[in-house]
Design a protein around this ligand. Structure first.
Ligand SMILES: NC(=O)c1ccc[n+]([C@@H]2O[C@H](COP(=O)([O-])OP(=O)(O)OC[C@H]3O[C@@H](n4cnc5c(N)ncnc54)[C@H](OP(=O)(O)O)[C@@H]3O)[C@@H](O)[C@H]2O)c1
Length: 235
C-alpha cells in the first residue's frame, strides 16, 4: 500500500514500539492516531512522533467506541489498525490471581478484539485495509511464569489466524508481528523507557518491519513473522 496520506490507528502509542511505529509511519507520510491511558505521556509522544493523540483505555468498551469517533472525525476514514497496546504479568501458577488473568486478557485480547471488530466493519465495506496485531515470541512458546502473558499472546495469535480466514476474501490483510525482547518501558510500573544495549532490540527495529510489511503491494501479505536480536547473549 501507499503510506502517503494513509490513515493509521495505533493503540498504545505513548511509549516504546507504538511510539516509534507512529513516528516511522508519520515520517512516511501517513496520518496517524495514537492511544494511551495517560494524557500527559500521550501528548509528549504526539509531539515526538507527529501523530494525533486519543486518550483511551483499551480495556473499556466505551473508550474504544470514542476512539473510533475521534479518529474518524479527524482522519475521515481508516486504512490500517495496529493493535499494539499490551502489558504483562508474570506470576507463578501458584501466585497468579483471577484479577491478573482478567486484567491482562482485557488488555491483550478483549481490547484488540473489539478494536479489530470495528476496523473490520469499515474494511469489509471498502474491501481493503490491514490489521496488524503485535504479538510476541510468547505467542509461540510458553515459559516459566508465562502462564498469563503467553496465554494472552497465544489467544491473540489464534485471533490473528481466525481473522485471516474471515477477512482475506475481502482483500483485507491481517498480519502478526512477534518481537522478542525489546528495550522499552514494558512491564515497568514507573513507565520509564529502557535504553537498549548494542546487541538488544530497540523499538525502531519493530517499527521498520511494520512499515515494510505495510509498504508491500496490497496483493501480498506477510501472515506472521518474528524479530529476534541477533546475539542477545553478547557481553
Ligand atoms: N518490549 C518487549 O520486550 C516486547 C516483546 C514482545 C512483544 N511486546 C508487545 O509489544 C507491545 C508494545 O509493548 P512495549 O514494549 O512498547 O510496551 P510499553 O513501552 O509498556 O508500551 C505499551 C503501550 O501500551 C499502552 N497501554 C498499556 N495499557 C493500555 C490500555 N489499557 N489502554 C491503552 N493503552 C495502553 C501504554 O500507554 P499507557 O501506559 O500510557 O496507557 C504504552 O503506550 C505489547 O503488546 C507487548 O506485549 C513487547
Amino acid at each position: 500500500m501507499e503510506l502517503q496520506n494513509s490513515r493509521i490507528l495505533i493503540t498504545g502509542g505513548s511509549l516504546g514500539i507504538g511510539k516509534e511505529t507512529a513516528k516511522c509511519l508519520v515520517d512516511a507520510g501517513a496520518l496517524v492516531g495514537i492511544t494511551g491511558r495517560n494524557a500527559e505521556r500521550l501528548q509528549i509522544a504526539a509531539d515526538y512522533s507527529g501523530a494525533f493523540p486519543i486518550v483511551a483505555d483499551i480495556t473499556k468498551p466505551e473508550d474504544i467506541e470514542r476512539t473510533y469517533q475521534e479518529f474518524l472525525a479527524h482522519a475521515d476514514g481508516l486504512d490500517v489498525l495496529i493493535n499494539n497496546a499490551g502489558l504483562g504479568a508474570f506470576p507463578t501458577l501458584l501466585d497468579a490471581t483471577l484479577e491478573q488473568y482478567e486484567h491482562i486478557f482485557r488488555t491483550n485480547v478483549f481490547g484488540p478484539a473489539l478494536m479489530a471488530q470495528k476496523a473490520a466493519a469499515i474494511f469489509i465495506e471498502q474491501q481493503k485495509g490491514a490489521i496488524i496485531n503485535i504479538g510476541s515470541t510468547a505467542s509461540l512458546r510458553g515459559f516459566e511464569r508465562g502462564g498469563i502473558y503467553a496465554a494472552s499472546k497465544f489467544a491473540l495469535r489464534a485471533m490473528t489466524e481466525s481473522w485471516q480466514h474471515e477477512l482475506r476474501k475481502h482483500s483485507i490483510r491481517v498480519m502478526q508481528v512477534n518481537p522478542s525482547e525489546v528495550a522499552t518501558a514494558f512491564n515497568s510500573d514507573e513507565r520509564i523507557e529502557r535504553t537498549a544495549a548494542d546487541n538488544k532490540l530497540r523499538s525502531q527495529e519493530i517499527a521498520y518491519m511494520i512499515k515494510s510489511i505495510l509498504e508491500l503491494d496490497d496483493r501480498a501479505m506477510i501472515p506472521e513473522f518474528s524479530v529476534w536480536a541477533t546475539n542477545p547473549w553478547k557481553q
